[in-house]
Design a protein around this ligand. Structure first.
Ligand SMILES: O=C(O)C(=O)C[C@]1(C(=O)O)C=C[C@@H](O)C=C1
Length: 354
C-alpha cells in the first residue's frame, strides 16, 4: 500500500526547518508557560509537552493527564505557538482534540503495537490533524510503515515519521541506537514522507543533541523535535537530555542546513566514474562466484563440507586489516565479506545437492 499524503503545512523556524520544542513532560502550569514563553521569544513556532508519559517502570512521573491540557491551550493563546502532545489511546486523542491540540504524535511503544495503532487510527476517522509517528522501539521498518498506513487509512493525510532511535541493551554512547540505515531506507521507500529527528531520545544526553541534529540535516531530514525545559536539571523526567531554550537557539544557530534544491549536474562526471567502478566490482564479484562454484564441484566430488571456518576467518581478518590500511572501517569490510561468503555458501550448497 502506498501512503496518500498531503504536505504537513507547519510553520518553519528558519525557512527550511520545522522545529518542535518543549519539555519532556508538562509538570506544572508555571513550567509549561515559562518554557513556552522562552521558546516563543527565540522564534520557535511549535510547542511540545508530554501529558501522558509511558514510563518503563511504575513509580515514575506518568504525566498530569487531562489536567495539563488547559496549560497547552494557554500556551497557544499567549504565545501563538502551535501545540503538540503524545497520544497512546483513543481517549487521549479525544481529549487532545477537545483542548485544541494542533499536532499529535504517537510514541515508540505504541507504534510497536498494531492493536494500539488501529485503535488510535479509528479514533482519528474524519479528523484533519497532523500526526507524527515515532519509529517502533525495535528496528522494524515494516512495522513503522504499517503504523503510518493505519493512520493514513483513517483518512489522515498529514503524516510524518519521527526517528527516535531503537532500544538496545548497549547504551554506551546512545540511549537509543540511531541505526540511520532504517530512516534512510524509509526515505528511499517513501520519498514524499517528511522525516523528523528526535535527537533527545537518540542521544539521551545534552552533549549529543547538536551533533545528532547536524547528522539529521546532512541526511536531509525535514524537521527536529527537541526536548527543552526552562530548568532542565530540575526536570521531573528525562532531565539529562533536556536543554534550555537558550541552548536550543544556540544549537539551531550553528546548524548547517543543506540545500536540497541544488541539482546533481556538477557531480555527474564523478557519478560516471562510480558507475564504471561499480561495473568492475560486479564483474569481479561474478568472477569470484564462478571460482566458488568450481570449488563447490570439487567439494561435492570429495564429499567435503561447504563451510571452511578457518579459511573464512583468514579472509575476514586479512581483508579487515587491509580495509583499515585503506582508511575504511574494518566493520564495513567485515559486513561486505560476510555477505559475499553467505552468497558463496548458498551457491555451493546448491551445487553439492544437485
Ligand atoms: O575456500 C573455500 O573452501 C571456499 O569454498 C571459498 C569460500 C569463500 O567464498 O571465500 C566459501 C566457503 C568457505 O566457508 C570458505 C571460503
Amino acid at each position: 500500500m502506498e501512503l496518500d499524503l498531503l504536505p504537513l503545512n507547519l510553520p518553519s523556524d528558519n525557512e527550511k526547518l520545522t522545529v518542535i520544542a518543549g519539555p519532556c513532560s508538562a509538570e506544572t502550569e508555571e513550567q509549561v508557560i515559562e518554557t513556552a514563553r522562552q521558546l516563543a521569544y527565540k522564534g520557535c513556532h511549535i510547542f511540545r509537552a508530554g501529558v501522558w508519559k509511558p514510563r518503563t517502570k511504575p513509580g515514575g512521573f506518568e504525566g498530569n493527564g487531562e489536567a495539563a491540557l488547559p496549560w497547552l491551550k494557554r500556551v497557544k493563546e499567549e504565545t501563538g505557538m502551535l501545540t503538540s502532545t503524545e497520544v497512546a489511546t483513543p481517549e487521549h486523542v479525544e481529549l487532545a482534540l477537545k483542548y485544541d491540540i494542533d499536532i499529535l504524535w504517537v510514541g515508540a511503544r505504541t507504534s510497536a503495537n498494531p492493536f494500539a495503532m488501529q485503535a488510535i487510527a479509528d479514533s482519528l476517522q474524519g479528523v484533519d490533524i497532523p500526526v507524527l509517528v515515532k519509529n517502533p522501539v525495535n528496528p522494524d521498518l515494516e512495522l513503522w510503515i504499517g503504523a503510518m498506513e493505519r493512520i493514513n487509512q483513517a483518512g489522515v493525510k498529514r503524516i510524518a515519521a519521527i526517528h527516535r532511535g531503537f532500544s538496545s541493551y548497549d547504551k554506551k554512547i546512545y540511549r537509543n541506537l540511531p541505526m540511520w540505515q532504517i530512516p534512510i531506507e524509509l526515505r528511499r521507500r517513501i520519498p514524499e514522507l517528511p522525516i523528523f529527528c528526535d535527537p533527545s531520545h537518540i542521544g539521551g544526553r545534552r552533549e549529543l543533541i547538536a551533533p545528532l541534529c547536524q547528522q539529521a540535516m546532512d541526511l536531509g531530514f525535514d524537521g527536529l523535535i527537541i526536548e527543552c525545559h526552562c530548568d532542565p536539571d530540575k526536570a521531573w523526567s528525562d532531565a539529562k537530555q533536556q536543554i534550555t531554550p537558550d541552548i536550543l537557539d544556540y544549537i539551531l544557530g550553528l546548524l548547517v542546513i543543506r540545500d536540497q534544491s541544488v541539482t546533481t549536474e556538477g557531480i555527474s562526471a564523478l557519478r560516471k566514474q562510480i558507475d564504471d567502478l561499480d561495473n568492475q566490482l560486479m564483474e569481479l564479484l561474478s568472477k569470484r562466484m564462478r571460482v566458488c562454484r568450481e570449488i563447490g564441484h570439487y567439494k561435492k566430488e570429495h564429499n567435503m563440507t561447504v563451510l571452511q571456518t578457518s579459511r573464512y576467518n583468514e579472509i575476514l581478518n586479512k581483508r579487515g586489516a587491509q580495509g583499515s590500511l585503506c582508511g575504511m572501517d574494518p566493520n564495513f569490510i567485515k559486513t561486505i565479506f560476510e555477505a559475499v561468503h553467505e552468497e558463496s555458501v548458498r551457491q555451493q550448497i546448491e551445487i553439492i545437492n544437485q
